[in-house]
Design a protein around this ligand. Structure first.
Ligand SMILES: *[C@@H]1O[C@H](CO)[C@@H](O)[C@H](O)[C@H]1NC(C)=O
Ligand SMILES: *[C@@H]1O[C@H](CO)[C@@H](O)[C@H](O)[C@H]1NC(C)=O
Ligand SMILES: *[C@@H]1O[C@H](CO)[C@@H](O)[C@H](O)[C@H]1NC(C)=O
Ligand SMILES: *[C@@H]1O[C@H](CO)[C@@H](O)[C@H](O)[C@H]1NC(C)=O
Ligand SMILES: *[C@@H]1O[C@H](CO)[C@@H](O)[C@H](O)[C@H]1NC(C)=O
Ligand SMILES: *[C@@H]1O[C@H](CO)[C@@H](O)[C@H](O)[C@H]1NC(C)=O
Ligand SMILES: [Cu+2]
Length: 394
């Protein structure tokens, strides 16, 4: 990986060297060579642009495939002209993978705008912090999927507007790893160079972020995985978190504890079971998982399979893989809507809070993003192709 600070330092040295050289050369020569230099560097820049576009062809957006059964007004907004194409991590080119990782690392350098919410120091921490604060309000309830859709949307916008990222948020389809029989550690998303780094360092008898999972075996839980310590390789091994673990604000490393015993919950057959549900409420519960369901499902299965910070219901966005996991869940919801678009584009339900008194969540329910973004209604995030969200999935 290229270290941006080292690059800046090299430029500084070059400038200083040029300044020293300048003082011994006649002015007319500097003038003539400056003009020549400007000409040559423009030519070089032009050639670089040509070469870049040859190597990175502009992605042609496929036509929208959602059935033509609804008018855009059904969600109260028009469709955007150029939706971003969210793709699976392993279909990205190495250059695209590095672009994404570099942009996330950029957010990890930019200062927090949330007034140090929950210990947040950087823009990356901001998103983790609102998840900590609102965790009780956005899980195991009707707004679970819409709220996380909005969180990912704001993360994607920040990558673009604050870090110059030109791509779209990628997703991680773990069923591809599970179906092909490879262990988690071999998944392309955990590559040390073109991925998010691998497992945490091995802590003997690691019992999991929330105690010993195997003690819940009667409910279908499984034995803890391996690792449990700090991630030792990849682009995020050096970034210590300020938010978490849990609701604490302790300077700590990113931890993982890969658990291959959980892979059975993440197969394409399990996805098909969830997709069979006919109401949004049933779909959301079957996708989200325990403790409403007796055993793990896609959402908690993905979190617990990675383990460590990802297994922490409050501070899980501290692991950058969180965004790829949730983008895949978001894709599954959008695909489910597409299976009966005209009715499901407006299908919203579920309790608004875990404990009574609660109301039923409707399209008018507001999604709180605290300091990060203005409140929008669930209605405004139902169609991912609208002006507010403006993306599609491959
Ligand atoms: C899709 O909708 C448009 C506008 O309502 C209509 O003109 C067009 O014929 C429809 N296409 C199909 C394939 O139904
Ligand atoms: C977890 O629980 C199981 C079953 O009760 C037990 O055999 C095992 O030693 C426990 N592991 C740890 C690390 O506590
Ligand atoms: C977080 O802090 C609470 C007390 O405020 C403590 O009980 C808990 O063990 C801490 N959790 C972690 C993971 O450090
Ligand atoms: C990062 O956190 C770990 C504990 O998780 C600690 O041992 C290490 O010293 C911290 N590194 C920095 C640079 O603060
Ligand atoms: C689509 O949903 C409507 C309303 O729930 C239902 O009447 C219809 O049978 C569904 N169509 C399909 C193909 O499932
Ligand atoms: C929420 O919806 C359920 C099922 O449709 C219904 O039984 C319940 O009375 C509703 N609760 C409120 C507070 O409206
Ligand atoms: Cu969450």
């Amino acid at each position: 990986m290229v270290n941006m600070y080292e690059k800046k330092k090299d430029n500084g040295d070059a400038e200083r060297a040029a300044a020293v050289a300048e003082s011994r050369i006649p002015t007319w020569l500097i003038f003539v060579s400056s003009i020549l230099l400007v000409f040559l560097s423009s030519l070089l820049a032009f050639l670089a642009v040509i070469a870049f576009s040859a190597v990175h062809p502009i992605v042609i957006r496929p036509p929208l495939t959602t059935p033509n059964t609804t008018s855009p007004t059904s969600t109260g907004a028009s469709l955007c002209a150029h939706p971003a194409l969210r793709q699976e991590w392993r279909v990205l080119s190495n250059a695209q993978k590095l672009d994404y990782i570099t942009a996330v690392q950029c957010l990890q350098r930019l200062p927090s705008i949330s007034d140090n919410l929950r210990g947040a120091k950087t823009r990356f921490d901001d998103f983790q912090a609102i998840h900590v604060v609102l965790s009780e309000e956005v899980h195991l309830v009707g707004q679970f999927l819409p709220w996380h859709r909005r969180l990912l949307n704001m993360f994607e916008v920040a990558l673009r507007e604050e870090c110059g990222f030109q791509g779209a948020l990628p997703y991680w389809d773990w069923s591809r790893d599970v179906d092909s029989g490879i262990p988690l550690v071999k998944s392309p998303v955990f590559d040390a160079v073109y991925g998010f780094g691998g497992n945490g360092a091995d802590i003997p008898n690691y019992a999991g972020q929330f105690g010993n999972l195997s003690t819940m075996a009667s409910a279908g839980w499984v034995a803890p995985g391996t690792g449990g310590g700090c991630v030792v390789d990849g682009p995020f091994a050096a970034y210590n978190l300020s938010v978490g673990p849990g609701t604490n604000t302790t300077n700590h490393c990113l931890q993982r504890a890969f658990n291959d015993n959980i892979r059975g919950f993440l197969s394409s057959a399990k996805i098909a079971e969830v997709a069979r549900q006919t109401t949004f409420e049933a779909f959301r519960i079957e996708l989200e998982g325990a403790p409403v369901t007796a055993t793990m499902r896609l959402h908690d299965g993905g979190h617990n399979a990675v383990g460590g910070e990802m297994a922490d219901r409050y501070s899980s966005p501290g692991d950058p893989i969180f965004y790829l996991h949730h983008a895949f869940l978001d894709k599954l919801w959008w695909q489910w809507v597409g299976m009966n678009f005209s009715s499901r584009i407006a299908d919203m339900s579920g309790r608004s809070t875990v404990d009574p008194p609660f109301v039923n969540v409707t399209l008018d329910f507001g999604l709180d993003m605290m300091a990060i973004a203005p409140k929008v209604t669930i209605r405004e995030v139902m169609d991912i192709r609208n002006d507010l969200l403006c993306y599609i999935y491959e």
